[in-house]
Design a protein around this ligand. Structure first.
Ligand SMILES: Cc1cc2nc3c(=O)[nH]c(=O)nc-3n(C[C@H](O)[C@H](O)[C@H](O)COP(=O)(O)O)c2cc1C
Length: 311
């Protein structure tokens, strides 16, 4: 018999532990013809906000050594249009849908969106994106600048305020742009988050030396892809040693080898991001590769390799 790939994240049961990361799979429409979407462990929607957003000025992406920079700026139709126009299709695909939410400058909007999503049975879990580096301010007036995910107290109070409004699985997405990521993970756990996702993109920039201009209009954007993998992996490992809720690991996963690294470092599930742009079928290739690896090594259950790094 083939190895068990089922994992549990909060109340959410996944048939396999390979998800697609927010913002790199749109609302899945473009991928329909390319792969069997039912076989993906879970699909995380592009982050939505209370009101629609046009996103940042172009150019918003550029290639970098072993990765890419983006400053999309959370372009999305807003929660109501998402629920009317995007969610039915997503929910018809047959894999669990995790809806990612964020707010530019009002933490209260997170709770308002969670409240709204709680009522919708098509939504299986909610991811709080408190770590998007591509919006100007993520905290309310009088609360200083910076991301919520850069401050343990702000993380605690945001997660706590959302927890009150939902019994669905609540996932908090962490930023790598911090000194001590496990401190933030602990705050999310203490406030009732069922899991943490890590990592979002690293703050970075790139310059066109002929034009003496930044390659993306916002100057600074989020770095993703294989370039960030060793740092993301180290952060998963650090957080794994401190918390007891599951970790959804991501950052430069391109193939089964890199996916397995994240399980061994302590991820209960993984998310594929930038790699979807290179090979839209990669998530399912990773599922097959994990099964082969477990079978070849006579490992009966994916859960037994989580954090199984030998020291
Ligand atoms: C073009 C692009 C758009 C993204 N948009 C979002 C987003 O809307 N919400 C979010 O939480 N993360 C977003 N991310 C971050 C990814 O979900 C992921 O955390 C990050 O890219 C690291 O994984 P990777 O190296 O496999 O891409 C985006 C990443 C890229 C490359």
């Amino acid at each position: 018999m083939s190895a068990n790939l089922k994992v549990r994240i909060g109340k959410l049961e996944l048939a396999n532990p390979v998800m697609v990361a927010s913002g790199t799979f749109g609302y899945a429409e473009e991928f329909t013809e390319l792969l069997d979407l039912r076989k993906i462990g879970a699909i995380v929607s592009k982050t939505i906000t209370l009101a629609g957003r046009e996103g940042n000025p172009m150019p918003r992406t550029c290639e970098t050594p072993c990765g890419m920079l983006n400053s999309i700026g959370l372009e999305n139709p807003g929660i109501e249009r998402f629920l009317e126009q995007k969610l039915s299709y997503l929910a018809s695909l047959g894999s669990p849908i995790i809806v990612s939410v964020a707010s530019e400058n009002d933490p209260g909007e997170f709770a308002a969106m969670v409240k709204r999503l709680e009522k919708d049975s098509r939504v299986m879990a909610i991811e709080l994106n408190i770590s998007c580096p591509n919006i100007k301010r993520a905290r309310g007036k009088g609360q200083g600048s910076g991301l919520i995910a850069q401050d343990p107290k702000a993380t605690y109070s945001l997660v706590k305020s959302c927890r009150r409004f939902t019994r669905k699985t609540l996932i908090t997405k962490l930023s790598p742009n911090v000194t001590c990521i496990s401190e933030i993970a602990l705050a999310a756990q203490a406030a009732g988050s069922d899991a943490v996702s890590l990592v979002n993109t690293f703050s970075g920039m790139s310059i066109d030396v002929q034009a003496k201009r930044p390659k993306i209009a916002c100057v600074v954007g989020g770095l993703s892809g294989p370039a960030i993998r060793p740092i993301a992996l180290r952060m998963v490992w650090e957080v794994f040693q401190k918390i007891r809720i599951p970790i959804i690991g991501m950052g430069g996963i391109m193939d089964v080898q890199s996916a397995l690294e994240f399980f061994l470092a302590g991820s209960s599930a993984i998310s594929v991001g930038t790699a979807n742009f290179v090979n839209p079928r990669v998530s399912l290739e990773i599922v097959r590769g994990i099964r082969d690896y477990l079978d070849k090594n006579k490992i009966k259950d994916i859960r037994s390799i989580v954090g199984a790094l030998k020291l």
